[in-house]
Design a protein. Structure first.
Length: 91
């Protein structure tokens, strides 16, 4: 999976970018082996709402892309975006 926003591109499974962005991947049992990638934004700023967030994943069935735009409600210090899942269909 790859996350991209503004001038940032994140191609790792997990880690921290610029101390404000964290990416984590998991395989929830309820998803049947699919991978869930989550982008967390710490210390959310006004500029975080002006950029689309692109999550692209690939598997044996091909690529899939999800574009996420943040919507400002009440200012909170952390924003979490769950990107999507990739995996084979359960049998």
């Amino acid at each position: 999976m790859v996350w991209a926003w503004k001038e940032n591109v994140w191609e790792k499974e997990k880690g921290v970018l610029m101390e404000r962005y964290t990416v984590e991947q998991s395989k929830p049992p309820s998803q049947g082996g699919a991978v869930l990638s989550t982008l967390t934004i710490n210390n959310v700023m006004e500029s975080d709402f002006h950029s689309p967030y692109n999550c692209t994943a690939w598997n044996s069935f091909g690529p899939g892309t999800m574009i996420v735009t943040l919507e400002e409600k009440d200012m909170v210090p952390v924003g979490i975006i769950a990107g999507g899942t990739v995996g084979s269909p359960s049998s």
